[in-house]
Design a protein. Structure first.
Length: 264
């Protein structure tokens, strides 16, 4: 657990284990703590690097809006801080978008690229989902936030079978989330509104693995199919019966796919 400075921001990261370096990039509502259940498996034979973007977790919060490409600049500064020329890069959702930007603009620094439930551009569908989220953030109401943003992240079957857990999470958000956190969610969401890397995907040279899931209502599976078709030599795998948060619904499958790809 440590911090480094990037553009005046104190950025939190964790460096665990040894071996091939694997950097995990978070979705919007995630932080380093979101990976706690995965740490034992992912750090057993790898140097596992976790990072909170600006406006996430224990990293500093911004005071103004920014473009998502700033987070890719942060990745470069982070690797320089650790003295790493290259890294295996894995991104989930928003973190996948940052990973795509980084891999397309600095292809020489990425050994392998793992992208889960993400997309190469912000579609009108995703843009309007994001706007609905922003309306909920601006209410500073944990119940409105939860009911607007969280159910669609999961598959219907998973949400139904874990409903008591969902209610507990909703209550916890009411205690934990402050206006500053909701404002940070808003900046993160707005930062990706103009995101579009489709004309840059051909610049990615790292072996790439793209994960979709059947019930992803945020970044539908056809977008991962398009993504895999446009990245040279990319492989596409679909996780059955999972939603956008496939890593939580099918953690063993997600872990096996990630480690199998990175360490083979």
């Amino acid at each position: 657990m440590a911090n480094f400075t990037f553009n005046g921001f104190s950025v939190h990261y964790e460096d665990i284990g040894s071996g091939e370096a694997l950097l995990l990039l978070n979705g919007i509502f995630m932080s380093c703590d979101s990976w706690i259940g995965f740490i034992p498996a992912l750090s057993k034979n790898n140097r596992l690097l976790l990072l909170d973007f600006v406006d996430q977790g224990k990293s500093d919060k911004a005071s103004t809006d920014y473009d998502i490409s700033m987070q890719a600049d942060l990745i470069e500064a982070f690797l320089n801080e650790l003295g790493l020329e290259t890294v295996n890069l894995a991104g989930v959702s928003y973190g996948g978008q940052v990973a795509i930007i980084f891999a397309a603009s600095r292809p020489e620094r990425v050994k392998k690229l793992f992208l889960a439930n993400t997309t190469s551009y912000t579609s009108k569908w995703l843009l309007d989902i994001g706007k609905s989220w922003i309306y909920s953030f601006e209410s500073y109401d944990s119940h409105q936030f939860f009911k607007t943003c969280i159910p669609v992240v999961y598959s219907p079957k998973y949400y139904e079978s874990h409903y008591e857990w969902a209610l507990e999470r909703e209550a916890a958000f009411g205690l934990l989330f402050t206006p500053a956190i909701y404002d940070a969610f808003g900046r993160l969401t707005r930062s990706a509104e103009c995101y579009d890397e489709r004309d840059k995907l051909a610049k990615i040279t790292a072996p790439s693995f793209v994960v979709s899931s059947t019930y992803d209502f945020i970044t539908p599976s056809f977008q991962q199919r398009e993504l895999a078709e446009m990245i040279p030599n990319a492989v596409l795998v679909n996780i059955e019966d999972a939603g956008h948060a496939s890593m939580y619904e099918k953690p063993d499958v997600f872990t096996d796919l990630l480690l199998g790809f990175i360490n083979t």
